[in-house]
Design a binder for this molecule. Structure first.
Ligand code: ZN
Ligand code: ZN
Ligand code: ZN
Length: 158
């Protein structure tokens, strides 16, 4: 997606994290296959937010034989290893974060389709209020809020 704000602190891939993945996959009973190697290469060259569909497309550009279910299964395991973390857009679609540094939620503008991150310091009061009144503990990484960004709100009010 173009025009997206991507403030992930993990902009450049940490080579050590990627180098450790093959051994960690094997430790989880998964074979190190060419398709998994390809996905790792694509992930290492990606920053910010990316959907599963986009990752499958990038892999298939490099190797048309890549099977989508293999990509999704591998992403599940990589999430358990902490190499990626998923969130959901307001349409429920999964978005992956590569080498996530900090937990955050997301704001989505329904007009310009921009996306912004909300950190724990900003979302904390809301999350604490919900836990206090309902005993419900919100997962910050699954907090997705739709609305109008400042620029779109001002132009529609104008
Ligand atoms: Zn989820
Ligand atoms: Zn907007
Ligand atoms: Zn994010």
């Amino acid at each position: 997606m173009t025009g997206r704000a991507s403030g992930d602190a993990s902009g450049s891939a940490d080579q050590n994290a990627w180098a450790a993945v093959p051994a960690r996959l094997r430790a989880n009973g998964l074979r190190w296959t060419p398709q998994r190697r390809l996905l790792l290469e694509v992930l290492a060259g990606t920053s910010g937010h990316v959907t599963g569909v986009e990752l499958v497309e990038r892999c298939r550009e490099l190797d048309p034989g890549v099977i989508p279910s293999t990509v999704y299964r591998t992403l599940d395991v990589l999430e358990e290893l902490g190499v990626v973390r998923h969130a959901h857009g307001v349409d429920g679609r999964e978005e992956f974060h590569i080498l996530p540094a900090t937990d955050h939620g997301h704001l989505y503008c329904t007009n310009c389709h921009g996306a912004w991150e909300v950190g724990a310091d900003e979302a904390g009061p809301l999350l604490k209020a919900i836990e206090r009144t309902r005993g419900f503990r919100v997962q910050l990484s699954h907090l997705s809020i739709a609305g109008l960004c400042q620029a779109c709100g001002e132009s529609s009010a104008g």
